[in-house]
Design a protein. Structure first.
Length: 346
């Protein structure tokens, strides 16, 4: 059956949950001496609307706000500070405080994507006693600066939540798709976890032992009460780009025309919608393949032959050529880079 679209699927439509995040971000910056008018430049938003509680925020506007914050935030603190506050004034807070394990927390985020948290989506993998979550932005990103801000934001949320519920982050490991930034002290201070850079994907991992550890301060009955309250809120539609990404992952042999047909669109309309999300069909395909290839090399230690077969390449030369297009390097060079980066892990 063809997937349908709703207005909430578009990056420039008002999106549930971002009002609180944006308001907190503006106030965090304001307390650090940045005038709200500078932060809101180009967003078509006004500080008076935040104060009155009437601001309606789209993903596009939230991204523009992040760009402005990055410009005026010389210490690069705001993404981390906001990440630690994402549960403030959020109905999910009560459920998170009563959850029985980190597994339960993860399922809460997946099954109740309310209040901005479906800005992100995760692909779950398990290997040799560790759980891996490859994180993607459900709406794409307008540029590398916004992507980095979002990575820091979500990593800070995960780290703060783990420290809150299990006491420390010593087992937590983050992989980031960019080089080690100059403000590395913010990662050390706010994440207090193992961090790897230049990994070509955004990923968090944790041991099975801690992922399933029973949290002694949990209360299942109060958790059920919290879930009943949450269920009173209508669930937002799954972000359209996430649906497209999921379909391409499940049907990697399909081309643009057949995928557009699945979503009941002409190829021209489909390409236009992808452009609204700051991406292209080929870029989505390359991103999916890149993440699979990097994970399978870095974590599963797959050979070129095994990986080429999994990605439906019958010729190793074509696989290496495609791999270099996806990652900018060869499989052997990537293995060397990964080994080198492990020597400098935080």
């Amino acid at each position: 059956m063809n997937a349908s679209l709703s207005n909430s699927s578009y990056i420039d439509s008002p999106y549930q949950g971002l009002q609180s995040w944006a308001a907190q971000l503006v106030d965090l910056a304001k307390h650090r001496g940045v005038h709200p008018d500078k932060l809101l430049k180009g967003t078509r938003l006004f500080y008076q609307d935040f104060a009155a509680g009437t601001a309606s925020i789209s993903v596009e506007q939230f991204y523009r706000l992040q760009e402005n914050c990055r410009q005026f935030d010389n210490q690069h603190q705001l993404s981390f500070l906001l990440g630690r506050k994402l549960l403030n004034h959020n109905p999910l807070y009560s459920a998170f405080s009563q959850a029985e394990s980190l597994r339960t927390l993860q399922k809460l985020l997946t099954r109740t994507p309310l209040h901005g948290f479906n800005l992100f989506n995760a692909e779950h993998k398990y290997h040799q006693g560790r759980h891996y979550f490859i994180i993607n932005l459900s709406f794409g990103a307008i540029n590398a600066a916004v992507e980095q801000f979002c990575c820091e934001l979500f990593a800070s949320f995960i780290a703060a939540t783990c420290k809150w519920r299990i006491g420390n982050n010593s087992d937590l490991c983050f992989s980031f798709p960019y080089a080690q930034p100059s403000h590395i002290e913010q990662y050390q201070t706010n994440l207090q976890a193992n961090c790897k850079f230049s990994q070509q994907l955004f990923m968090v991992s944790i041991s099975d032992e801690l992922y399933n550890k029973h949290l002694i301060d949990s209360c299942p009955s109060l958790l059920q009460q919290s879930l009943a309250t949450i269920k009173q809120h209508p669930l937002p539609a799954a972000p359209w780009l996430q649906l497209v990404r999921n379909h391409i992952s499940a049907q990697p042999q399909q081309n643009l025309e057949t995928v557009a047909q699945h979503f009941a669109m002409s190829p021209a309309t489909f390409k236009r919608k992808l452009k609204q999300h700051h991406t292209r069909f080929s870029a989505l395909q390359d991103c999916i393949n890149r993440q699979t290839a990097v994970f399978n090399i870095a974590t599963l230690a797959q050979s070129n032959e095994t990986l080429a077969g999994e990605l439906n390449f019958s010729d190793l030369t074509n696989f290496r050529r495609a791999f270099k297009r996806w990652t900018g390097t060869t499989p052997s060079n990537l293995r060397c880079q990964l080994n080198y980066s492990e020597q400098g892990d935080l």
